[in-house]
Structure formats: structure tokens, C-alpha cells
Design a protein around this ligand. Structure first.
Ligand SMILES: [Zn+2]
Length: 386
């Protein structure tokens, strides 16, 4: 079992005790503040500050969304102090050792964007009316649990499927990706592939589609995830990794069993004609239980059709069977929540989403009920013999 992600895409930092490379004065301030923990649940009444005007090394919106999780005593503090506290937390996901890498990646991306000529400029602005099928758009505009359940099928627990993209949008995106691949071939430019498991495919964020995918995440996927996956940070998704993968005889054939480096994954089939390539799912697991067996009710295979989306938790173990003929191209959006990742560190029991944690919890409850019953029986026997 592997976590499907470039190793450099993981955001794991040193623990506070090992230091974080900041100067001594910052370090001292950090130690005082680190004794304060984030709240488990956001303060929904609190109206967060706006950080747009500040010079920050993380997106201002991340500070605004994280603010609701601050300890109550901190909410009234000046923005500067709140930023200091939140930045320390965020830095753990992006420690100094990684900063060079981030800068290099920024340069890599910038170089591509400066040199690559987009084929369909309209793709780079997300126009909902020409991108989505009407039913999907209506459901998002209505933005209620009912409206999402109306368009979604749930063929297996935690796996939601719905029609999403118009055929024309799929065609344009496929053509854009082909155009990009051709440019890569012609220019002999060495590009990074989407993750450790795919030799083909392209990172959409790397050639100019980052803003468009941000809009897709914020305006369309987060509202759905908020209703369908609240227990894994669905309402606080704040970053993404967007890419296409290609399968077929001259491409990758299949995809091994894995979990994604995401809280929620959107997987949309763009085309083209193909047979085989079914997705198979085998239950949701936390880190500790990622290699445990699956129960019969967790076994589910799904055949994808162009334009259709599958939305599932990143920790839902899955893979793709061999595409036996034709050419299959899928859009993947790994949606992440920095808040959820921080909170997860303080927790040990993931029974709200891990199938195995839930099983263990039920087992503990069953044992304790049995023990109580036995104790009562013994007591009765004692009473009758007394
Ligand atoms: Zn577990």
C-alpha cells in the first residue's frame, strides 16, 4: 500500500520541540503560544479578519479560514498576533528545508507558463455555463444537502457519482492536454509527472490552470464536500493538486492499490473511447489501518463514463484495472484541508471515517457490554446463594 503522491508533495514538518529554524526570539514566543491548542470545532459565529492586505507567505484566505479554530482567548487579539500563531502552525506543513523546493517549483511553473501557448484560452477562465451540465450547476446554486443528494448516486457507502462536465468541455480539455504534451515533446522540456505512480499525464496547475482549478474547488467541490464529507475537513478544503492521467496500450495500463494524498478526491472521466479501466474501491482506512483487509461490503468496482465524476475520500483505498483497449483520460483533483491535517495530529480514533477504527470501537463496546452482563449475573448468583 502506498500513498499516491510525490514525496515532495507531502507536508510533514518537524515537531515543535525539534525547532523550526526561526530565530531565538521567535522560538520563545512560539513556545508560549504552542501551549494553546486549536479548537476541535470551528467557532461559526466568529467573523474572521481579512488578511488580503498583509505581506504573507501563505494565501490570506488560509488565515481567514484557520482563524475560526483559534483558542477563544485569541480571537480578539490584533491581526499581527493571530498571524504569528497561525503561521507557526502552517510552517509545520512547509518547514524551511522545503522552502527552496517550493521556490524551485514556482520557477519551474513560471518558466512553463511564460513559454507555453494555450490552445483554448476559454478553459483558463472557469465559465460555469459552458463547463457543467445544467443539473449539476442547479444543484450547486441551490447549495443544500437535498440538492446534492438529488444529483448524486451513492453506489457504495462514501462513493458519490454524478454527471458533471459538458462533452464540449471534455473535448477542449483533452485537446489542451494533447497540445501541452506536443509542446513538451517539441521543446524537449523535461516535465514532472503528476505523482509517483503515473508515468504519463500532466499537472494542470503547472501550465496555467491553477486559478481555474482553485475556482472549481472553492465554488463547486467544497460546497458538495461540506455536505458529504464533513468529518474529513470537507468544509475547509483550501488547496489542491490537479492533474490528468492517461491509460491505454501506449500509456500507463493500470494503477496499483493506494490511497491519495488528499482529504477528498474528484475523479472525472474526460474520454475517450476505451474498454476496461474500472476503478476498484476497498474501504476507507486511517494511516494505522491502511494495510488491513477489506470486508465484503467494502468491495466495489465502478466503470467510468466520459463527463461523469466520482467523489470520494482520499483515504478510500482504490486502484484502476487495466484499460484493455483505447485511450482513457481522467481529470483528478486532490483536495486538501490544512485545518483537517492539523487537527488529525491530536486524534487517535478515526472511527467517524476509518472502517477499521469503527470496527475496533464496536468490538470494544461489545466486550464491555459482555463484561457488564457477566458481572451482573455473578452478582445475582451471589445474592441467591447468600
Ligand atoms: Zn483506523
Amino acid at each position: 500500500m502506498s500513498v499516491d503522491g510525490r514525496s515532495d508533495d507531502r507536508r510533514e514538518g518537524p515537531t515543535p520541540a525539534t525547532g523550526n529554524g526561526l530565530g531565538n526570539s521567535n522560538q520563545a514566543a512560539f513556545v508560549t503560544m504552542a501551549s494553546q491548542r486549536l479548537r476541535l470545532n470551528p467557532n461559526k459565529e466568529h467573523k474572521p479578519d481579512n488578511y488580503d492586505d498583509m505581506q504573507l507567505d501563505f494565501s490570506p484566505s488560509i488565515f481567514s479560514s484557520l482563524e475560526r479554530y483559534l483558542p477563544p482567548s485569541m480571537l480578539g487579539m490584533p491581526r499581527h498576533d493571530k498571524v504569528k500563531f497561525m503561521r507557526e502552525i502552517l510552517l509545520k506543513y512547509l518547514p524551511h528545508g522545503e522552502r527552496n523546493r517550493v521556490q524551485k517549483h514556482r520557477d519551474y511553473r513560471q518558466k512553463i507558463i511564460l513559454n507555453y501557448q494555450p490552445l483554448h484560452k476559454e478553459l483558463y477562465e472557469l465559465d460555469p455555463a459552458t463547463t457543467f451540465v445544467p443539473a449539476f450547476l442547479e444543484a450547486v446554486n441551490e447549495n443544500t444537502e437535498e440538492s446534492f443528494k438529488r444529483i448524486c448516486s451513492e453506489p457504495s457507502p462514501g462513493i458519490y457519482t454524478f454527471e458533471m462536465f459538458q462533452p464540449r468541455f471534455c473535448e477542449l480539455l483533452l485537446a489542451e492536454v494533447e497540445n501541452f504534451e506536443k509542446w513538451v515533446g517539441d521543446s524537449k522540456y523535461r516535465i514532472m509527472r503528476p505523482n509517483t505512480m503515473n508515468r504519463y499525464g500532466a499537472v494542470l496547475d503547472d501550465f496555467g490552470l491553477e486559478t481555474m482549478l482553485d475556482k472549481l474547488l472553492e465554488g463547486f467541490i467544497r460546497p458538495i464536500a461540506k455536505e458529504l464529507f464533513p468529518e474529513v475537513g470537507g468544509s475547509t478544503l483550501d488547496s489542491h493538486h490537479g492533474f490528468v492521467v492517461e491509460y491505454g496500450n501506449d500509456r500507463d495500463l493500470d494503477l496499483g492499490f493506494h490511497v491519495d494524498d488528499s482529504e477528498v478526491t474528484l475523479n472525472v472521466c474526460l474520454g475517450k473511447q476505451f474498454s476496461g479501466g474500472e476503478l476498484y474501491f476497498r474501504g476507507i482506512r486511517c494511516d494505522k489501518h491502511v494495510n488491513s483487509g477489506s470486508r465484503p461490503e467494502e468491495v466495489f468496482d465502478y466503470s467510468h463514463a466520459p463527463g461523469c465524476a466520482v467523489l470520494h475520500r482520499g483515504r478510500h483505498r482504490h486502484g484502476a484495472k487495466a484499460t484493455t483497449s483505447g485511450h482513457r483520460v481522467n481529470l483528478l483533483l486532490w483536495c486538501r484541508s490544512s485545518v483537517f491535517r492539523e487537527m488529525r495530529k491530536y486524534q487517535k480514533d478515526f472511527s467517524s471515517w476509518c472502517g477499521e477504527c469503527l470496527h475496533e470501537k464496536k468490538e470494544r463496546q461489545r466486550m464491555s457490554i459482555t463484561a457488564t452482563k457477566q458481572e451482573l449475573l455473578l452478582r445475582k448468583e451471589d445474592e441467591s446463594t447468600a
